[in-house]
Write a protein that binds this ligand. Structure first.
Ligand code: GLU
Length: 482
């Protein structure tokens, strides 16, 4: 029997479908998910696609796929629906216009007929004077008649918030604590654009209210917008949700995390063969840590350990080296069959015939101990499947008289028994040293070349074990008879 959800804890992840999920977005989604799960609340996914200029076909589907792949199941949202849908803002347009009108009626918003040229001029002036770009309020006090006359003439317009110019807005953020912003610094934000679509600010506030969101958990870049949002909540007589602004993600040089310094999209990491488990674990520790500074967590363990109180104020460095280390750990420590399953598409794409499942598992087990990502595992696996090619230098090594004796001896001995265990092969190698009289490099280099194509690599018993006795014999024979 499922326990009913706690109606007091409703959080949302509200991405704009930009074509990819930024790692910062994944962190926001994850913290929302963890908080909801921990408190038996609801985790809502809402698509904020009101910026039609930035519409990218397929972006929304890709986003849903990525969210699913990392295992952050939502309780309400696109496809699955829910009591407060639709969960895609472009399907809610009428609502936003209605509340924009209500804000106008209440004197909290106004029509603005300024032309793009005029606004451009204001922006340029602000830049020249080194001041913040702000609307100068020209249309703030147009009379009702003036407004009606302009609307009747179909003059293009937007709707702006009529932010009070005196006083300040004070609010409490769970992470930043008390925040105070001078109202004179808050711009008369456009809430309905000239194309009739709402801006993020209006749509976000309306939906957070209608969807009964209790806690707004999101990136710190939105902190600056809170006074505008509070102004709308209060003007409409709505309860203001609690705010939780997550610290910035930084590059190792402490600049804001940007694409210039490496990958920032979750899709890129997944495509490269980072495991969702590692990504989630790594991302959870960006701006949050438990009281005992533990490093490794499953998603369920994170749910248990998570608390908003332990989110830090200071920016969190996105250290790819740490992610690599963590991914390597997960590769080695998750179930072999699971890793093999995850790696399958990569092996298939590389054109490797992995139909022999037992051999495939041995190959994967070897590679996962040497690689940091699944993509890297391919480089440690190809030689177990492909025909080997040899350079002239290699040929010199494998065609020596001693080497031929070594190969013949091993072919004969290996053929005497169906399957050799790794331990038995170890014994056999010792036996070979005695019988053929070669050891050290003279033994290992040619053998590794013949079995594996390189002089360095896993030890010989491991190689033979991965290849299987039959294939090992075939490889030795092919080199001997070349
Ligand atoms: N659509 C906004 C974004 O993509 C959401 C910000 C918020 O959570 O309020 O970042």
């Amino acid at each position: 029997m499922s326990i009913p959800k706690n109606p007091d804890i409703r959080v949302r992840f509200a991405p704009s479908p930009t074509g990819y999920l930024h790692v910062g977005g994944l962190r926001t989604a994850l913290f929302n998910y963890l908080f909801a799960q921990k408190n038996n609340g609801s985790f809502i996914l809402r698509i904020e696609d009101t910026d039609r200029k930035r519409y990218i076909p397929g972006a929304q589907e890709d986003l849903l796929k990525t969210i699913k792949e990392v295992g952050l199941d939502y309780d309400e949202g696109p496809i699955i629906g829910g009591e407060y849908g639709p969960y895609i803002q472009s399907e809610r347009s009428d609502l936003y216009r209605k509340y924009a009108q209500e804000l106008i009626d209440k004197g909290a918003a106004y029509y603005c007929f300024c032309t793009e040229e005029r606004l451009e001029k204001l922006r340029n002036e602000a830049k020249e004077n080194n001041t913040a770009v702000m609307y100068d309020g020209k249309c703030r006090n147009l009379s009702l008649e003036e407004v009606q006359e302009k609307l009747a003439r179909n003059i293009p317009h937007v709707i702006r918030l009529k932010i009070p110019k005196e006083g300040s807005t004070v609010f409490y953020d769970v992470v930043r604590e008390r925040v105070e912003v001078d109202n004179a610094l808050v711009d008369d934000q456009v809430i309905i654009k000239s194309d009739g679509f709402p801006t993020y600010h209006l749509a976000n506030v309306v939906d957070d209210h209608l969807m009964k969101i209790s806690h707004v958990i999101r990136g710190e870049e939105w902190l600056i917008s809170v006074p505008k949002h509070i102004f709308m909540y209060e003007s409409l007589g709505w309860k203001v949700p609690k705010f939780v602004h997550l610290p910035l993600l930084l590059n190792p040089d402490k600049t804001k995390l940007s694409k210039r310094q490496g990958d920032v999209t979750v899709e890129d990491y997944l495509a490269k063969g980072y495991l969702p488990e590692a990504l989630i674990n790594f991302i959870a520790l960006l701006g949050w840590h438990s009281s005992d500074d533990r490093e490794f967590y499953t998603l369920e363990e994170l749910v248990k350990a998570f608390s908003l109180k332990r989110i830090s104020k200071s920016g969190a460095v996105f250290d790819v080296e740490k992610l690599n280390w963590m991914n390597g750990w997960y590769l080695r420590n998750l179930g072999l069959e699971y890793i093999a399953e995850k790696a399958k598409p990569y092996f298939e794409k590389a054109g490797l015939d992995i139909s022999d499942h037992k051999k495939y598992l041995r190959v994967v087990d070897n590679a996962r101990n040497r690689a940091v990502t699944i993509t890297e595992m391919i480089a440690h696996s190809e030689m177990f499947y492909k025909n080997l090619t040899f350079s002239d230098e290699d040929k010199d090594i494998i065609s020596k008289e001693n080497t031929k004796k070594l190969f013949s001896f091993l072919i004969e001995r290996l053929s005497s028994q169906e399957n050799w265990s790794e331990n038995e092969i170890k014994g056999l190698i010792n036996e070979t040293i005695g019988a053929v009289g070669v050891k050290g490099k003279e033994l290992y280099f040619p053998l590794r070349l013949a079995l594996f194509g390189e002089v360095h690599g896993p030890d010989i018993p491991t190689l033979i074990d991965i290849l299987g006795t039959k294939e090992a014999i075939a490889r030795l024979k092919s080199v001997l008879n070349a």
